[in-house]
Design a protein around this ligand. Structure first.
Ligand code: 3HC
Length: 701
């Protein structure tokens, strides 16, 4: 293994390179070696200036997140960076690519900063439930001012090079070769005898005492309730009021409070879960051109995601009008992304050019991947796959975007089931990050690896799941939705249920989600669902509303009524009446239902179904379930996903609640999954179960 920090001499300039692939994180070994390098070079009379640079494509992507669960080890980052800043010789930071968190803080501890055009400098600690704990809160405002510091640190969003220069964070661009440019600058500084420009010695910009309080109040309420955002604001307020070292000490205390919070643990869990087990990338086949069948909302969304991700798209729809509408949607979404500055004008025009329309299926014959997004009906899909199987190249991968139908039955129709997988995008497909990659009985490893690689390439979080009704996400959704439908009949109003679950942290309540997605969509699925549960209460209210043409926002009426399409939702007394009538018809007694019961029944129904899914091997790990629910269904990230949340509550408590629900509402829907019972009885958790399985698998190989 090469040294994590290298020193090379270029005349009187020493170049210190942090070389810790893949992203130059500041692990213990890097911190120790960096400190030693600075000590050595500061004492070396032959060295007159220093350049700090990262090996590979970026400077430093931050602290090593893997070390956060272990006790901190000296030398710690704030001390290393204080020593770097105290260096008696000018230190030039040569910045490139992701320069994040502790990496951005290291850049601020250098005396001068130049940057390559691809710089992305930011403080994403908030996404991990943390605050910049190694001097960022005391140094950044001295360069950039209070408002940019508050915004960058509470949003976690990085800025590009121009903005970094505009904020005074970066001194100059480096448009030539980065290292050579930085060395030349360092040599020039040394030859002119320029003294180190230490950020800690710069004056603080003026501030008003109310500034921080006002900023805090401007944050969304949900953010204010989390540990990190208020502490970030507090650390910056301390920087405005206290001397440098005292303010840094305060930031450090706040950092450790965040680090030890359950919310930060949950967010760190998701950080690694989202980068979890990937199929062997070497097996993936190259994909330059993809076919998308069906130009409705879903097909167009998939086409946008592929085209903006750099993949050519042939969008097929037999109906000329539908095709024109789909292409129109693709073009306007790409233009919208450019207008909002999400992609450059150049990237937008390249993306537009990548999308071609076609009327005939034959147009996809030469595609590397074909994604079918036609009407959700088995016969229709089987007909399409029979044709695709015959006409597509033998090495192309054929994917279905079905959300509930049997992938094996679709695959069988193709006559080449090994090439068939599910690629279950979520709507709108160009916005939602999740893709479930469905493994059919005969799906080959290269086909799965190809689908995975494409999803990742276009910026999605991809999770491999097994084939069953609803796969992982929608199967669990049916358990969650079942309980909320039962509680509607039992007397909880739609808004009461939504409010309780939003209070728990869900991005939206389930009834508001139904109205947004369209109640006709689920109704259609349930009409096609051969094995639909025969309980008359099952989705009774959703189905009744859909039967009445109350499809939700698009018809102005659903669980709620809407002033205008997409407008403010209001409770609808007609719905309350309808629910009362249905309850009476089914003989369900109505009562007052508290928030605790609403949350308990919905969330523990999810957990119980998740445990069954794990037992059956439909999901490979509890972390995969958490990723699916946090990225596809608005589960609160700071709770880490349903399975992580269950571990935090404690499985014995979860099991006791499920048994109580079984006693009150019957065994039929509340039989605890065997895995949940076993783990609860051992006072263990899903996380520990997974770790033990991974260890056993490691021993076996
Ligand atoms: N620590 C440890 N490992 C890290 C890491 C970090 N900070 N950042 C990335 N990695 C690992 C990933 O786990 C992944 O490992 P794997 O290959 O074994 O799965 C590998 O690096 C590559 O990461 P990505 O798959 O995310 O690669 P991308 O190219 O898509 O993205 C990136 C690169 C933009 C740097 C992205 O990884 C990222 O955003 N990383 C997190 C940065 C961050 O949050 N930094 C702040 C840390 S907290 C901190 O610094 C506290 C300080 O104030 C004291």
């Amino acid at each position: 293994m090469s040294a994590p920090v290298r020193i090379e001499r270029d005349g009187e300039v020493a170049v210190v390179t942090v070389d810790n692939p893949p992203v130059n994180a500041l692990s213990h070994a890097v911190r120790a070696a960096l400190l030693a390098a600075i000590e050595e070079l500061d004492a070396d009379a032959a060295v007159r200036a220093i350049v700090l640079i990262g090996a590979g494509r970026n400077f430093i992507a931050g602290a090593d997140v893997r070390e956060f669960d272990a006790p901190p080890r000296e030398p710690m980052l704030p001390g290393v960076l204080a020593r770097l800043e105290a260096c008696g010789k000018p230190v030039v930071a040569a910045l490139a690519g992701p320069t994040l968190g502790g990496g951005a803080e290291a850049a601020l501890a250098c005396h001068f900063r130049c940057a390559a055009a691809d710089l992305q400098l930011g403080f994403p600690e908030v996404n991990l439930g943390l605050l910049p704990g190694a001097g960022g809160t005391v140094r950044l405002p001295r360069l950039a001012g209070w408002q940019p510091a508050l915004e960058m640190m509470t949003s976690g969003k990085p800025v590009g090079r121009d903005a970094a220069i505009g904020h005074g964070i970066v001194d100059r661009p480096a448009d030539g070769e980065l290292r050579a440019t930085a060395v030349e600058w360092a040599r020039d500084l040394a030859s002119r005898g320029v003294a180190p420009r230490r950020v800690r010695e710069l004056p603080l910009p003026p501030s008003r005492p109310a500034l921080f309080e006002e900023f805090l109040l401007s944050l969304p309420e949900a953010a204010r309730r989390l540990p990190a955002p208020p502490r970030i604001v507090e650390a910056l307020a301390a920087a405005a009021m206290l001397p440098f070292d005292a303010a840094q000490a305060r930031a450090r205390t706040l950092f450790f409070e965040c680090l030890n919070s359950q919310e930060s643990r949950a967010l760190r869990h998701l950080f690694f879960a989202e980068r979890g087990a990937q199929p062997d990338r070497a097996l993936a086949r190259p994909v330059a051109q993809a076919g998308v069948l069906g130009s409705g909302t879903m097909g167009a969304g998939i086409a946008i995601a592929l085209a903006t991700g750099g993949i050519g798209v042939t969008l097929v729809d037999a109906k000329a009008e539908a095709l024109a509408a789909g292409l129109g949607r693709v073009h306007s979404a790409i233009e919208g992304a450019a207008r909002k500055g999400r992609i450059s004008a150049q990237a937008a025009s390249a993306a537009r050019e990548r999308v071609q329309g076609a009327a005939a299926l034959e147009a996809v014959a030469a595609c590397d991947l074909v994604i079918e997004a036609v009407y959700e009906n088995m016969a229709v899909k089987q007909e399409v796959f029979a044709k695709l199987g015959a006409l597509c190249r033998p090495d192309s991968v054929l994917a279905t975007n079905t959300s509930t139908l049997d992938v094996d039955a679709i695959a069988a129709a193709s006559g080449r089931a090994a090439d068939v997988v599910g690629m279950h995008f979520f709507s709108p497909a160009n916005v939602m990050r999740l893709v479930e990659i469905v493994r059919g009985r005969e799906s080959s490893r290269p086909a799965l690896a190809t689908a995975h690689a494409v999803a990742r390439r276009i910026g999605k979080v991809a999770v491999t799941v097994g084939n069953c009704f609803g796969f992982v996400g929608n199967r669990m959704l049916y358990a969650y939705g079942r309980e909320k439908e039962f509680m509607l009949l039992e007397g909880a109003t739609p808004e009461r249920i939504d409010r309780a679950l939003v209070e728990f942290g869900m991005a939206m309540g389930p009834n508001a989600v139904g109205d947004l997605a369209g109640l006709d969509v689920g109704w259609q699925v349930r009409r096609e669902w051969a094995g639909k549960p025969d309980d008359p209460r099952f989705y009774r209210i959703s189905d009744r509303l859909a039967e009445l043409g109350r499809y939700g926002q698009k018809t102005g009426r659903g669980f709620y009524r809407y002033g205008a399409p997409g407008g403010q939702r209001e409770p609808d007394p007609e719905v309350e009446m309808l629910i009362r009538d249905e309850a009476a018809r089914l003989g369900v007694a109505q009562r007052e239902i508290g928030d605790e019961e609403i949350v308990g029944r919905c969330i523990f129904a999810l957990v119980n179904e998740g445990a069954a899914i794990l037992e059956e091997g439909i999901a490979a790990s509890p972390a995969d379930i958490d990723v699916i629910w946090c990225n596809g269904y608005g589960f609160p990230r700071h709770r880490g996903g349903p399975m992580f949340h269950a571990d935090a509550v404690g499985l014995p408590k979860v099991l006791a609640a499920i048994r109580r629900f079984a006693a009150d509402h019957g065994e039929r829907w509340w039989t605890p999954a065997a895995l949940l019972v076993t783990l609860a009885e051992r006072e263990s958790g899903f996380g520990a179960w997974q770790a033990a399985r991974a260890e056993a698998a490691g021993r076996a190989t």
